[in-house]
Design a protein around this ligand. Structure first.
Ligand SMILES: *[C@@H]1O[C@H](CO)[C@@H](O)[C@H](O)[C@H]1NC(C)=O
Ligand SMILES: *[C@@H]1O[C@H](CO)[C@@H](O)[C@H](O)[C@H]1NC(C)=O
Ligand SMILES: *[C@@H]1O[C@H](CO)[C@@H](O)[C@H](O)[C@H]1NC(C)=O
Length: 341
């Protein structure tokens, strides 16, 4: 199944900022559905950020760190797992090898690039803490129609996806990041739980809106809320629990009630812009993303190698959000007219 015609260009907005800085790039290597692959191979960063001296005895954060510690403190302070080198890796490619990007990086993690997080909503519930929101894929050279991947505390071998992830706020976690839940508005979500049933990794194709109902569509808002947890993931009532793979997928449950919501300021800019953002944002072709290359590296959770050349198309074959796919297909036909299924 391929979705080549469905394109929403979000990269264009940032396109002018870094034009003056762009280096020569070879447009003949453009591939995939995402922004053109930069010719750069280095992963150096631009900006004024310097790591704080670490006083906790742990590895210092750095722009090239490979730390896999994740935390959620608030809407303006959390981490997300993402590819260490998004010039060659999609979200799904990086499931086993992702590194942690944090707003206040710790323990060998990297700083979150400025401009990535557009909105973020924090929920503290009795059963989990959760952060959800929208992001600008161009900032991490991620495809604007990359359906993304799922990272969790178990992975195929029970050692985490990525391997060796360390959680500060729970014993289990699940993170989705991708552009197919809400076409044109890529979303992320990260939930950490003390117990497994609210952070199950058995819904790895279902996406944010289905597995982590919350606040996704409040433009430009950063909020911290208390919230109910309601029932464990997949449980609808005492007589019906959905398992991924059942022939009928029920709609997502309504987001649990929230309270004490406070709007907070967006995270303070750190000055970090990774070079892949510079190249992707400066590319005039970044909004023309419907090319495909027949990539086939898509895979289910836990079986990706992380190697090989990047293919935005591959992600449509990977952990596609099966609930949202119906929505995507519908809108894709209307908006794109070029959808092949
Ligand atoms: C720091 O990261 C290492 C691996 O990179 C991990 O083993 C360790 O548990 C982490 N420590 C803390 C306190 O997060
Ligand atoms: C997450 O864990 C850290 C370290 O234990 C803690 O300081 C922080 O308050 C926790 N976050 C939330 C939202 O409870
Ligand atoms: C349980 O939830 C399912 C799915 O929403 C619904 O179809 C069914 O009627 C519910 N059953 C009860 C007893 O509430």
């Amino acid at each position: 199944m391929r979705l080549p015609g469905f394109v929403v260009a979000t990269a264009a907005a940032a396109a002018t900022v870094f034009v003056a800085l762009v280096e020569a790039q070879d447009t003949s290597i453009i591939r995939g559905d995402g922004p053109p692959a930069p010719s750069l191979t280095r992963t150096a960063a631009l900006g004024s950020w310097t790591p704080k001296a670490s006083s906790d005895g742990l590895t210092k954060p750095s722009l090239t760190g490979m730390g896999r510690t994740i935390y959620i403190n608030s809407a303006s302070d959390f981490c997300l797992l993402m590819p260490p080198d998004p010039t060659t890796q999609n979200l799904v490619d990086a499931e086993a090898i992702a590194t942690s990007y944090c707003i206040n990086p710790i323990n060998g993690t990297r700083p979150m690039p400025d401009g990535l997080i557009k909105t973020a909503h924090f929920r503290r519930t009795p059963e989990y803490v959760q952060i959800s929101g929208t992001y600008d894929p161009a900032v991490m050279n991620l495809g604007s129609n990359d359906c993304g991947g799922e990272y969790d505390s178990e992975g195929a071998e029970g050692v985490g996806n990525p391997v060796g992830v360390t959680m500060r706020n729970g014993s289990y976690f699940s993170q989705f990041m991708g552009a197919c839940d809400i076409p044109g508005s890529p979303v992320f979500c990260l939930r950490m739980c003390p117990s497994y049933e609210y952070c199950r990794n058995t819904f790895d194709l279902m996406g944010c809106l289905w597995t982590q109902p919350g606040d996704y569509d409040q433009p430009q808002a950063f909020t911290n809320c208390d919230a109910n947890a309601d029932l464990p993931t997949g449980v609808y009532n005492s007589s019906y629990t959905f398992s991924q793979g059942m022939s009928v997928t029920p709609p997502p449950v309504t987001a649990p009630a929230s309270s004490n919501c406070k709007t907070v300021a967006s995270p303070t800019a750190s000055g970090v812009t990774y070079s892949w953002n510079q190249v992707a944002a400066a590319s005039p072709a970044a909004s023309s993303t419907s090319k495909s290359n027949g990539g086939s590296s898509g895979s289910t959770s836990g079986s990706s190698s992380g190697g090989g050349s990047k293919s935005g198309a591959a992600s449509a074959l990977g952990p596609v959000n099966v609930y949202a796919l119906g929505v995507t297909v519908l809108l894709g036909v209307v908006a794109g007219g070029a959808l092949l299924v």
